[in-house]
Design a protein around this ligand. Structure first.
Ligand code: UD1
Ligand code: UDP
Length: 363
């Protein structure tokens, strides 16, 4: 029987594929759900499958921590074996992780078509592993589901071989589907020490693996003009521990460090905060959802999400402490009105993607 294989491997992929998995199940297209194992801690992976009420993966792996190359190679090896055994009609991957490139490569070498959800994003920053992964995946995909026209134009400029469709970003579907549930179920606010706060996250390799940048972030949060709530990614915690400053950061009066949170808790914090300070990709998009609408300071040198900047939600402020502090003060003082219309679609991206798959593969 023809089936679509949906592959996830990290926290954001589960969140962004959840609406696609639901739409596939509604359409009765046979689904093979796979966790390729890039993230493995409960709170970076299984937690999301459970709280978003997704089916248990039909196949799950655990890759553990390796170098970029070894992690990619190990995923290619087990995904190739699985693809040979299951022979899906299409493999759907989402985003720009090592697991995405590894899965797409394994599939294309077996002649299995790849559909890339969130195709065409470009930071033009080749220090980023994500930029390698997304560029290469786009060039070996048969179907490219671009979230915006900007992404579509990048794909056209690069003469990709596959068919391009503009669908919106499934993360908007996810925010719309989960925020009402989050507001009913989450009790996270009972644990937050501050009434008003900025929500921070940071995990990009080119930031937290560079001690000067990591230190600049921690100092900015410590001296911020508003208390900071900071759910910490395991990569960042590891770097702080290696540099022997994790305990010191935990004791800061102005900063509340939390473990990586479930999606419902995180959505509630996003909704309640005064601003978001982040180097995350997905959070830049989520902040633009009509039910969210939050200012985002992007603590990076570039963004592959220029639509959020153009629409007035996000600002790329760089990685220097003084620039971050200045931008936080300005954001607090300005309290600017944010647009109603999200640049990443209307929350029906997953339905559109599944409809296109049905047409293309004549399910
Ligand atoms: C990966 C993606 C990044 C994405 C992020 C989502 C790549 C190149 N990077 O980055 O694009 O934004 O996931 O969160 O694919 N770790 C744990 N437990 C886990 C997962 C990671 O302890 O469950 C720690 C390990 O020390 C590991 C490190 O985090 O070595 C980095 O994990 P990895 O998956 O390689 O990259 P991320 O930084 O998570
Ligand atoms: N997120 C979460 N808990 C957290 C931090 C983030 O559920 O503690 C969600 C967030 O809402 C977004 C996704 O995880 O949907 C972003 O993941 P991350 O920043 O790790 O990856 P990126 O988007 O940068 O690839």
């Amino acid at each position: 029987m023809k089936a679509v294989m949906v592959v996830v491997g990290t926290r954001p992929e589960i969140i962004k594929m959840a609406p696609v998995i639901r739409a596939l199940r509604r359409s009765k297209i046979p689904l093979i759900f796979v966790h390729c194992g890039q993230h493995y801690d409960y709170n970076m992976s299984q937690q999301f499958i459970e709280e978003l009420e997704l089916p248990m993966p039909d196949y799950g792996y655990r890759v553990k921590a390796y170098s970029q190359g070894a992690q990619t190679a190990r995923i290619i090896i087990h995904m190739e074996q699985l693809l040979k055994k299951t022979l899906p009609a299409l493999v759907l991957v989402e985003g720009d992780t090592n697991g995405v490139l590894a899965t797409a490569l394994a599939a294309v070498k077996l002649g299995i078509p790849v559909g890339h959800v969130e195709a065409g994003l470009r930071s033009l920053d080749l220090r980023m592993p994500e930029e390698h992964n997304r560029r290469l995946t786009d060039h070996i995909s048969t179907y490219l589901f671009a979230p915006t026209e900007t992404a579509e134009n990048s794909l056209k400029r690069e003469n990709v071989w596959g068919k391009i469709y503009v669908t919106g970003n499934t993360v908007i579907d996810s925010v719309i589907q989960h925020l009402p549930i989050a507001e009913k179920k989450s009790k996270i606010l009972e644990n937050i020490r501050f009434e008003k706060f900025a929500l921070a996250t940071a995990h990009r390799a080119e930031n937290v693996d560079d001690f000067a940048v990591l230190k600049s972030f921690m100092e900015a949060f410590a001296e911020a003009p508003i208390p900071v709530v900071y759910p910490m990614h395991p990569r960042t915690k590891k770097r702080l521990q290696q540099n022997k400053i994790y305990v010191k950061i935990r004791e800061l009066a102005n900063v509340q460090i939390l473990p990586p949170l479930g999606y419902l808790d995180f959505l509630v914090l996003m909704r309640k905060c005064e601003m978001i300070v982040t180097d995350s990709g997905g959070i830049q998009e989520e902040a633009t959802a009509p039910c969210m609408r939050k200012p985002v300071l992007v603590i990076r040198l570039s963004t592959e999400r220029p639509e959020a900047v153009k629409a007035g939600f996000a600002e790329v402020v760089g990685v220097e402490k003084q620039k971050i502090l200045k931008a936080m003060k300005r954001t607090l003082e300005q309290q600017k009105e944010l647009p109603e219309k999200p640049p990443y679609g209307d929350g029906n991206a997953a339905e559109k993607i599944v409809m296109l798959i049905k047409e293309e593969l004549t399910f």
